[in-house]
Design a protein around this ligand. Structure first.
Ligand code: HEC
Ligand code: HEC
Ligand code: HEC
Length: 178
């Protein structure tokens, strides 16, 4: 097979390591929407949760010493293996970030609901099916999803007890406003 054909074939293979959507950052989700009682106060609940501080946790002496005890030579906040669970749930690739995305905001809306460039506009977001078609992730098997990060690969892992842990971050939309 000639090299030209091989390159053509490689180009035709979709790159599943990258999604076609980009991360827009929590401020985009909560600037106008998701920031009021009638919506369910997602912003305040998230801001007060440990998830919003997850990246800053990596900038501590405690985190650096955990990283070095695991054999890493870089500071925790610059060690991809630490950063992945403390941000978007996978090793960050800057080409997937829009300028508004700020990694220091830790585990954000899009870490759980998928990169938002395709579904962020109000007209799409108001139609749940449309939003899902444009990248929004909703979870039915919530526990299974949480333990993609809350598992024994975490150096400080403690048993993940779904019900009380969900209660600590629950941010559903109030029923009457639907
Ligand atoms: C992308 C990875 C990731 C996912 C997915 C994730 N978490 Fe977390 N979670 C973390 C990290 C990292 C921390 C620790 C943050 C810190 O302390 O800096 C944390 C901390 C928490 C805490 C605070 C625990 C405490 O004792 O302070 C709760 C509660 C929690 N998560 C609930 C959940 C629930 C419920 C789900 C699923 C709906 C979930 N998490 C999914 C990464 C994740
Ligand atoms: C740790 C993971 C996690 C984070 C962070 C997170 N969510 Fe969620 N969210 C969930 C899960 C799980 C549900 C419940 C199941 C579902 O409907 O997806 C949910 C539900 C929701 C719902 C209700 C959907 C409905 O139909 O009732 C909204 C709205 C929402 N999230 C918005 C946000 C916004 C905005 C942020 C950021 C400020 C955010 N979420 C951060 C995991 C997360
Ligand atoms: C598999 C996902 C995952 C990986 C990888 C991971 N963490 Fe975490 N980290 C978590 C979660 C989830 C928590 C919340 C507590 C728990 O269950 O471990 C957490 C909590 C922490 C805390 C806070 C502990 C406390 O007592 O408040 C520190 C510090 C920390 N991680 C540092 C690191 C460092 C350093 C690395 C890299 C060597 C790392 N983490 C890798 C998921 C992860």
């Amino acid at each position: 097979m000639s090299a030209g054909i091989l390159i053509l074939m490689l180009n035709a293979v979709p790159d599943i390591s990258q999604t076609k959507y980009k991360y827009v950052g929590v401020n985009t989700c909560t600037g106008v929407c998701h920031n009021s009682e009638s919506q369910g106060d997602q912003y305040i609940i998230w801001k007060e949760s440990a998830h919003s501080k997850a990246y800053k946790t990596l900038q501590t002496i405690q985190a650096d010493s955990i990283a070095s005890s695991k054999g890493f030579t870089s500071p925790a906040s610059e060690t991809p293996e630490c950063v992945r669970c403390h941000t978007i749930g996978k090793i960050p690739d800057e080409s997937e970030f829009q300028a508004s995305f700020d990694i220091t905001q830790g585990v954000q809306c899009e870490s759980c609901h998928g990169p938002g460039s395709g579904y962020k506009s109000g007209s799409i977001m108001r139609d749940k099916d449309k939003a899902v078609k444009n990248g929004l992730i909703l979870h039915t098997e919530k526990r299974k999803f949480c333990i993609t990060c809350h598992n024994s690969e975490s150096p400080t892992y403690f048993e993940f007890n779904y019900e009380p842990m969900w209660e600590m971050i629950a941010h559903s939309k109030p029923k009457e406003s639907e």
